[in-house]
Design a protein around this ligand. Structure first.
Ligand code: PGA
Length: 253
């Protein structure tokens, strides 16, 4: 049985005041929903604040990205060692906004996955196709190539301690959630692909859905057999919405 995960991805949002209010609320919600792993991935500058506010609760946290280096002359980066030092559990890698705006290739993302895992963080590997790729029927090809780059560098066993987030780019921040059927088909296809390498790893890995997942769409998405929770952008900045999404995951746990 895979434990569901509901993870917020705050992106470039937040102030000291909103971080305080949101984390205070979410620690309570996480404590009340123990059947679900609840986490917030925050801008690096706020991770220390999140640690101070959430330590001692069931709420977990992490970063939205990570550098491949652990230290050195890499101005502006955040190393996995630093992220871990502030009590993080997770590091998102390969979000489509990083792949798109920062030209991160599958190989760079795989290196980030490895750096995170080697330094005690659980990588959350984001994968997903563009609208044009979706229309061309290339969804699984894209997802498989993004996963294969990680398998080539780290081996299939690396997915024993990692999370995959399927996020169709056309659904992110657009209000166009993938239907439960579309999402379930892709998740099943991802799991079948992993099975060709190792069935046990494929059965165990948690695959989250992301892309305009909200209080309304979450219940049906989370009811799907191969959807193990969600990576939530916009709705993780609103207490009522994120709480409802967590409760939807609990109902399916
Ligand atoms: P969204 O973002 O929920 O705002 O669509 C999801 C994500 O990019 O992780």
């Amino acid at each position: 049985m895979r434990k569901p995960v509901v993870m917020g991805n705050w992106k470039l949002n937040g102030t000291k005041s909103t971080v305080t209010d949101l984390i205070k609320a979410f620690t309570g919600v996480a404590n009340a929903n123990e059947k679900v792993d609840v986490a917030i991935c925050a801008p690096a500058i706020f991770i220390g604040m999140v640690e101070s506010l959430a330590t001692g609760s069931k709420l977990q946290w992490g970063s939205e990205d990570v550098d491949v280096h652990t230290s050195g002359a890499f101005t502006g980066e955040n190393s996995p060692v630093m992220i871990k030092e502030f009590g993080s559990t997770y590091a998102i890698v390969g979000h489509s906004e990083r792949r798109g705006y920062h030209n991160e290739s599958n190989e760079v993302v795989a290196a980030k996955f490895k750096a995170a895992q080697d330094n005690g963080l659980v990588p959350v590997l984001c994968i997903g196709e563009s609208e044009a790729e979706y229309d061309a029927g290339k969804t699984l090809d894209v997802c498989q190539a993004e996963i294969k780059a990680v398998i080539d560098l780290c081996g299939i066993e690396a997915f024993k301690n990692a999370i995959i987030a399927y996020e169709p780019i056309w659904a992110i921040g657009t209000g166009k959630t993938a239907t439960p059927e579309i999402a379930q088909n892709v998740h099943a296809g991802i799991r079948a692909f992993l099975k060709t390498f190792n069935a046990e790893v494929a059965d165990g890995v948690r695959i989250l859905y992301g892309g305009s997942c909200n209080a309304k769409t979450a219940p049906e998405l989370f009811a799907q057999k191969d959807i193990d929770g969600g990576l939530i952008g916009g709705a993780s900045l609103k207490v009522a919405d994120f709480t409802a999404i967590i409760e939807a995951a609990t109902a399916n746990a």
